[in-house]
Design a protein around this ligand. Structure first.
Ligand code: ATP
Ligand code: MG
Length: 507
């Protein structure tokens, strides 16, 4: 008997319609350990998590928990054992309070009916013990994503979970919110709760994880101990090849070709004010800034998805209508940040999803010609973006999270574009494909497309942008348009303080 091991999964197998996606996978989690699970898009991470939480049933293999063999036939089985999961699509009911959500369906316990007061008290007790903080009486819909995550964690803790699984928890958090999540994770660890942590952000993995399990194509590649490894090795294990080093500085350059988009004194009360900039043919304009600085809202206003109060937007010299449909016809596309909820039709296959906004381009009256073109077009996208599995007929809902993202990216990138708006181009996309996406953006720009990229990933912003404007509190605070720019420069402009100052501030 090994008291140190909380969970051990051995030789786990899982197939979907005859395709094996987990092949004798092993995972072992110690008590009080932060264990990272990493791998490319489609490697099998989420599938393994679903098996551990009773959402899917394994085809073969053995799971032991607290040194006892267990069968996880439902979510309930997992919760009863002490395994909870915090998904990106949070499962709370917006109109109820924090306390009501935490005890939903459990208002009764074995001791009888828990009254409101004792439930509230329990929530506060748990918060104190684990160092969490959120208003127990707040209505959930008034909370930020980060606060809702805390509610989910609290919920898990009231179930006395000994293992909390987090599947890409920082994907929609600002860096400050992510920072407080890391603190929470460390507190949980101190109290001997184990965390299984899934993320594509290697910096986070390095900071948090005691051990890392790496999957590739549904197989175990390695289990690494902290300090035993370096980022280059991890990436090589993950994608099976080396990546070119793309860190360092961004080189800014001006472009004096035609102005494709001119934004003039654009304002939207309480969101952004006095935003003016131009984007030229073949130019990639980066917009930096912290989450909440108004970047996404500016993009949405240009696209026609959000109203603004004053100012004007000119597209090739003419006022841009605030109509998404007209804008799409004019050659404007937007790849939204929230790709899980926007822009996919889960029940349709990859081909239909990619072709959907492109029917104007796919020519021919003859429906058969169209179908053929549609397929060729889709295959091209699958190839370029390395969408896996590479079968155009797979329903999008059966793709892994990251591969779904690629489909959304694909359907817009394959168009005849004049102006492309991209919000967080590689969120949720594995490191091996990031570079592909940067190349596609570069390629579009070299063909004359004007591109605006919003990104919180500073390395990415520097990598793709020809020019960068930085927003702070809804205003343009800085423009970088020549010479070399560092991550530090952008961060400083975005936050108004230096990194050292920010770190001190946090302590
Ligand atoms: N319900 C399903 N039906 C059919 N295939 C599925 C289903 N769920 C997952 N798959 C397939 O299993 C494979 C592994 O997917 P999984 O979601 O586990 O990947 P992942 O490692 O979480 O990737 P990502 O980083 O993109 O989220 C993929 O090829 C996916 O298409
Ligand atoms: Mg996943």
């Amino acid at each position: 008997m090994n008291n140190d091991i909380l969970l051990s999964a051995r030789d786990i197998e899982k197939s979907f319609s005859g395709v094996k996606v987990l092949k004798k996978v092993n995972l072992e989690i110690r008590r009080g350990e932060v264990h990272a699970l990493i791998g490319e898009n489609g490697a099998g991470k989420s599938t393994l998590v679903k098996i551990l939480t009773g959402a899917y049933q394994k085809d073969a293999g053995i799971i032991r928990y607290n040194d006892t063999e267990v069968e996880l036939n439902s979510r309930h089985d997992a919760i009863k054992l002490g395994i909870s999961v915090i998904y990106q699509e949070l499962s709370l009911i917006p109109t109820l309070t924090v306390t009501q959500n935490i005890f939903l369906g459990r208002e009764k316990d074995t001791a009888g009916i828990l009254n409101k007061k004792s439930m509230r008290k329990k929530v506060i007790e748990i918060m104190d013990y684990y160092g969490l903080s959120v208003d127990p009486d707040a209505i959930v819909e008034t909370l930020s994503i980060a606060q809702r995550q805390i509610v989910e964690i609290l919920k898990a803790l009231t179930f006395e979970s000994s293992l909390i699984i987090m599947d890409e928890p920082t994907a929609s958090l600002s860096s400050k919110e992510a920072e407080s999540l890391f603190n929470i994770i460390n507190n949980l660890k101190q109290k001997n709760v184990s965390i299984l942590y899934i993320s594509h952000r290697l910096e986070e993995i390095y900071r948090l994880a005691d051990r890392i399990t790496i999957l590739r194509d549904g197989k175990n590649i390695a289990v690494l101990e902290k300090g035993q490894t370096n980022p280059t090795d991890v990436i090589r294990f993950m994608i099976g090849k080396e990546l070119a080093d793309t860190s360092g500085l961004g080189r800014m350059r001006r472009n004096d070709k035609n102005v494709v988009l001119k934004v003039n004194k654009l304002s939207c009360k309480g969101v952004f004010a006095d935003i003016s900039f131009e984007v030229h043919e073949g130019e990639v304009l980066g917009i930096g800034g912290l989450v909440g600085s108004g970047r996404t809202e500016v993009l949405h206003s240009i696209y026609g998805a959000k109203k603004y109060d004053s100012g004007e937007i000119l597209f090739n010299g003419k006022p841009l209508p605030s109509s998404i449909i007209k804008n799409i016809r004019a050659g404007i596309a937007m790849i939204p940040e929230d790709r899980r909820n926007q822009g996919l039709i889960p029940l349709l296959d990859i081909t239909r999803n990619i072709a959907a906004p492109n029917y104007d381009r796919l020519s021919g009256r003859n429906i058969w010609v169209k179908a053929k073109e549609e397929l060729a077009f889709c295959k091209e996208a699958i190839l370029q973006l390395d969408i896996r599995p590479n079968n155009p007929e797979i329903q999008v809902m059966n793709l892994s999270g990251g591969n779904q993202q690629k489909v959304v990216v694909g359907k817009w990138l394959m168009r005849n574009l004049k102006l492309l708006l991209v919000d967080e181009p590689t969120a949720g996309i594995d490191i091996g494909v990031k570079e592909e996406i940067y190349n596609i953006i570069e390629d579009l720009a070299s063909k004359g497309v004007a591109v605006i990229v919003v990104s919180s990933d500073l390395k990415e912003l520097l990598r793709v942008s020809h020019r960068i404007i930085v927003l702070r509190n809804g205003r343009i605070i800085k423009e970088f348009n020549d010479g070399f720019v560092s991550q530090e420069d952008v961060l400083k402009a975005a936050s108004g303080i230096t990194r050292e100052e920010a770190e001190q501030f946090e302590q």
